[in-house]
Design a protein around this ligand. Structure first.
Ligand code: ADP
Ligand code: MG
Length: 213
């Protein structure tokens, strides 16, 4: 499972962290217009731009992050995302990484990553005062964390993530700007769910390439 196996050396681990950050930055950059389009339909059209800014800020710091122990790197990365993504999504993505970092620091046995991840997702829900089924990024994070707990192989996890985002199309938005549209939000994919699925897929693919599964 993710992070379950120690990379061979600190150098390997640093290179892997850099590759994951770069891959996330590239994927978000490639989908910036698409994510803005999704947000234009049910929000204010800035989600792709917000995420692009956040991932660029993360990528600019990747060498420093990669040199840190993983828990500290997660906390630092979360802080960068809170400050750089902005909007509603910044504090939520930031909370996810901050809480993963805190959880890993408290529980250094990396085999516990699925539990740490699930608790971090619960912290995101508390931060957003939101629940699954309300057409937000939590509709990807929650079922994804359950699949992680169930030890789903990385390739299948990546495929499931997009399916979770697709399921937000039929949901009515109950949180964030999209909730102002009520029933008119139905029929559109939630932009936060789309960016979240994309990032989950990229991380899974990179870890699979690195042989972490
Ligand atoms: P803003 O809405 O401030 O313009 P973004 O466009 O960057 O911010 O992010 C919008 C996304 O944030 C939504 O698509 C949704 O997934 C997520 N979101 C917004 N509010 C909440 C909330 N209270 N809980 C969980 N996710 C939320
Ligand atoms: Mg927006």
């Amino acid at each position: 499972m993710i992070l379950a196996r120690e990379p061979k050396s600190a150098i390997d681990q640093a290179a892997q962290i850099c590759r994951v950050i770069e891959a996330c930055r590239n994927a978000i950059a490639a989908q910036e217009a698409h994510l803005c389009g999704l947000d234009r339909a049910i929000g204010d059209g800035d989600h792709g731009t917000n995420m692009r800014r956040g991932l660029e800020a993360l990528a600019a710091e990747r060498q420093q992050l990669a040199a840190m122990p993983v828990p500290e790197a997660m906390i630092a990365a979360g802080t960068i995302l809170v400050m750089s993504i902005g909007g509603a999504a910044g504090p939520l993505y930031g909370t996810l990484l901050l809480e993963i970092g805190k959880g890993l620091a408290a529980e250094p046995a990396q085999a516990k990553f699925p539990d740490v991840f699930q608790q971090a997702v619960a912290a995101v829900a508390r931060r957003g005062k939101s629940h699954p089924g309300e057409k937000t990024l939590l509709d990807v994070l929650y079922p994804f964390s359950e699949a992680v707990i169930s030890d789903t192989p990385l390739q299948q996890l990546a495929e499931k993530a997009q399916g979770f985002a697709d399921m937000t199309i039929d949901m009515k938005a109950m949180r964030g700007r999209a909730s102002f549209l009520g029933e008119r939000s139905v029929g559109h994919m939630d932009p936060g769910a789309a960016s979240c699925a994309l990032l989950c897929q990229v991380v899974c693919h990179e870890l699979a390439k690195a042989g972490a599964a």
